[in-house]
Design a protein around this ligand. Sequence first.
Ligand SMILES: [Zn+2]
Length: 168
Amino acid sequence: MSQQENLGSLIDDFDRQRQPKGKDGGGGGSAQLPPKNVILAVVILGCLIGAAVMGARALRTEAGSLERWSQEHTLIDTETGELFVDYRVPDGSTYPMKNPNTGTTTLMPAEACYWTSDGRAKMEPTWVYVPQGERVTCPDCGRPVVGRNPRPPVEAMLEALDREEAGG
Ligand SMILES: [Zn+2]
């Protein structure tokens, strides 16, 4: 019995605390809601900003490593077809680059095709010059080659590695 009384007075206290200024005129009750929303908004905003900062940092790291990778390119002379495999491209170079052998500015990045004509993969790619936005038929396998040409699936590449190691 006394427990129920205590509980009752607790609830009364709680109600009194929740609406301490009910007599101040309307809005007393609803005035308690906006701060909660504001806190929630700030928390969500904080999370979003944190995610954005982390995303930007990840992107920058990725761009940095891409830059490092892009220092060595396989270039192809668009006139003679001469290849410069893993050519060290100086920072800030623009294409076409000068061919050190002929002196003509006809060097462009080459795209690699790792397919064979019988639909398997190979370790030594066929290098193809693909003008920006175009697709070129690979002279070796007849497949289309595009910019940033995708490699065959990893399994096919591993099979090619095994095959070429076994075959010598
Ligand atoms: Zn090919």
